[in-house]
Write a protein that binds this ligand. Structure first.
Ligand code: F6R
Length: 243
């Protein structure tokens, strides 16, 4: 695993955006695996800036997102489709028909998971998967103690995840209790993984995930077994790692 130390969130975002932009330049028709949340927001902002300057072209890029809440419509401001449209897709020249997320409104949850895995396979897999990490070590919505060998599946969100994400909803009752997520197996099949972390409150889990034992108790720890992982973190998030 490569670790890049950034000074601030902005610096972290810029370094990570550079890696994504290199991927697009080297393979213009690449498949990007994308994430939502506060960690990648700055990256998308930076990519939009470079696009506006004429330095980046998304016209041949395909994207597949990690996850989506179950039950939210795409125009719900808390849906991950809405997040991606407003932070990136509506602001660059990506072909929207080639931006994919699990369908939060699918009636047949199991069928939707199969469809999403088959879609990723039909695209030839993910070239570069962007990830954030939850305080409990989750990646996507793969919560602690889930089996490592799962593909896309529908999960009941854990109390700690509901607690962390409820700030985005008017009340905790409005927050969906289920979500679709790529599984650990799906994530591990990506050719390259880029994980971004920022803030002091992530320092302990970063140390545990990347320097502790590989265990389903810390889902991100499996990334130690992937042969092409780049971690970009700001000083606070990397504070517990030896320099
Ligand atoms: C988002 C996702 C989540 C987040 C994680 C960290 O698509 O899958 O695993 O990456 O919860 O969230 P932030 O970046 O908001 O701290």
């Amino acid at each position: 695993m490569r670790i890049f130390r950034a000074k601030t969130y902005k610096d972290m975002s810029r370094k990570a955006a550079n890696i994504i932009s290199a991927q697009i330049i080297m393979k213009p028709d690449c498949v990007l695996g994308l994430a939502t949340g506060s960690s990648p927001e700055g990256i998308y902002e930076q990519l939009v800036t470079w696009y506006e300057k004429g330095d980046l072209d998304f016209s041949q890029v395909t994207s597949v997102n990690l996850d989506e809440y179950k039950g939210l419509t795409p125009d719900n401001v808390q849906s991950y489709r809405y997040f991606m449209d407003s932070h990136l897709f509506n602001r660059v020249n990506i072909d929207k028909s080639r931006t994919f997320l699990p369908d939060g409104l699918a009636e047949d949850a199991e069928g939707e998971c199969k469809r999403y895995d088959a879609l990723i396979e039909s695209l030839g897999g993910v070239d570069l998967q962007l990830l954030g990490i939850g305080h409990n070590g989750h990646i996507g919505f793969n919560e602690p103690e889930e089996a490592f060998e799962k593909g896309t599946h529908c999960v009941a969100l854990q109390e700690s995840t509901i607690e962390a994400n409820k700030r985005f909803f008017a009340s905790v009752d409005e927050m969906p209790k289920y979500a679709y997520t790529m599984g650990i197996k799906t994530i591990m099949q990506a050719k390259k993984i880029l994980i971004v972390v920022s803030g002091r409150e992530k320092a302990a889990i970063v140390k545990k995930a990347f320097f502790g034992p590989v265990t389903p108790a810390v889902p991100a720890s499996i990334l130690q077994m992937h042969n092409d992982v780049t971690l970009v973190g700001d000083e606070e998030a990397l504070a517990e790692l030896e320099k």
